[in-house]
Design a protein around this ligand. Sequence first.
Ligand SMILES: C[S@@+](CC[C@H](N)C(=O)[O-])C[C@H]1O[C@@H](n2cnc3c(N)ncnc32)[C@H](O)[C@@H]1O
Length: 269
Amino acid sequence: MLANLFRRLVRAPILRRFLWRRWYNYLARRHADRRWTFMNYGYQASVDGQLALEPADEPDRYCIQLYHRTVSDVELAGKEVLEVGSGRGGGASYIQRYLGPATTVGVDFSEEAVAFCRANHQVPGLSFRQGDAEALPFDDQSFDVVVNVESSHCYGSMTAFLWEVARVLRPGGHFCFADLRAGAEQTLLQEQLAASALNLVLEEEINREVLRAMEADSQRKLELIQGQFPRWLGKAFRDFAGLRESTVWRHLQSGQARYVRYVFRKAAS
Ligand SMILES: C[S@@+](CC[C@H](N)C(=O)[O-])C[C@H]1O[C@@H](n2cnc3c(N)ncnc32)[C@H](O)[C@@H]1O
């Protein structure tokens, strides 16, 4: 019931920003476990499509694979990368440690998540900053690549965010984006993307791959969250974590929700 109420409330753009911010601040404050550095549903291409990872990163394999797939069509080596909605920092850390950019900056509007990232990810070239996707705290043309993973559904205005992405990207820069939308929100997202100042390079639905990861990672996520939160938040957490049989799992199964990744490019001049 609580999960349903939350879902209904976040449909209103004005409430959406406020509620998500409270939620992510609560999570960072309440759950300081250093092992929990990702908050996405993950990606698994096929049973044998494995990415080479260091042993310490193995527990986060599926969440890392979602990042890897999201940026896989764009060369990051030597680039200045911005991640918007960097959460607990695992994705920005993966990008900086494995993909060779000059710098990666993670931005999140949860100040408590940013404090968690600063305390737990000390990697040369990697930094974190508090900021709002809809009013990014950077000059025009500051980055070569903007990355955004499973965060945009929280924004009050997707249009404002896309405007900001186009503003902070250098000419010829790329926007690598992955997220899910349910029902009529899918059409709305298509319209918002089509109206942006960016040019579409590719679009790929990844429901099957995300579902595969959700199923493979369910037990680990359950163990991470079990006993950490009050019982009355249990269903909300199962949905949030995307466990097997959760509402989001069922919606992705039925096609009522679509998880899509995109690459866009800003015109060269
Ligand atoms: C589901 S989490 C995903 C985090 C991370 N991308 C990952 O995959 O682990 C969504 C994140 O987006 C952030 N977020 C939501 N709205 C935002 C906004 N308007 N500006 C910046 N960050 C925002 C939240 O604080 C949260 O950390």
